[in-house]
Design a protein around this ligand. Structure first.
Ligand code: SIN
Ligand code: FE2
Length: 207
């Protein structure tokens, strides 16, 4: 893991450049195995729009979106089975990234896995379906680069743009926990470990 000090992107928000680089290949092996149990899929919004990133989850809970809206649930609606367990390596990485940024005792119960192909992005949103906002968000980027848009507590607040590359980790919490954020549509690129796509692991404490 990198020993670079966290770069502040907000009062309680940090970029850990290359923090997960050394483990990236093994994280990708685990992602593939999770995908064989709970496949990556396009979820839809309440209004019937398809989300551009494909998603799956591991952990005690998973984030889902469909015609009934957003929520966390213990079963994968696609398989009717529990979500795959969160690999210990995922848990340790998330805890250690949080700790590096001053968030002790982070124990995520969800890891949302997003897969983006070129042109896919994610519009500005808040992560607010969780019960306890005292716990941070830990977000790991793998594969081709993306631009992370980080706004304020109101949707209309201006955003800053941060390039997220393979192995980068972003952590935000405390007063920044509910800041709007999103991903600009990805440009066409190639990464030796993922081909033309980007994976993002978002760790959260939902319950
Ligand atoms: C998310 O906000 O759930 C995903 C962010 C990212 O892909 O980096
Ligand atoms: Fe998010």
């Amino acid at each position: 893991m990198s020993q670079e000090p966290p770069r502040m992107i907000g009062p309680h928000s940090f970029l850990l450049k290359g923090f997960a680089s050394a483990e990236a290949a093994s994280l990708l092996v685990d992602i593939t195995s999770i995908g064989t149990q709970s496949p990556l899929r396009h979820m839809t919004t309440r209004r019937g729009y398809q989300l551009a990133a494909q998603m799956t989850n591991c952990g005690q809970l998973g984030w889902v979106s469909d015609s009934k809206g957003y929520r966390y649930q213990t079963d994968d609606p696609l398989t009717g089975q529990a979500w795959p367990a969160m690999p210990t390596s995922f848990l340790l990485l998330a805890k250690s990234a949080a700790q590096h940024c001053g968030f002790d005792n982070f124990i995520p119960d969800v890891c949302l896995i997003n897969r983006y192909y070129p042109r896919a992005g994610m519009s500005l949103h808040q992560d607010k379906d969780e019960k306890d906002f005292s716990q941070p968000i830990v977000s790991v980027s793998l594969g081709i680069p993306a631009v992370f848009l980080f706004g304020g507590l109101r949707r209309s607040d201006t955003t800053t743009a941060t390039l997220l590359e393979h192995g980068d980790v972003v952590v935000w919490g405390d007063e920044d926990r509910l800041r709007f954020h999103g991903i600009a549509p990805l440009k066409l690129a190639h990464h030796p470990l993922t081909g033309q796509c980007r994976f993002n692991l978002t760790f959260r404490r939902a319950h």
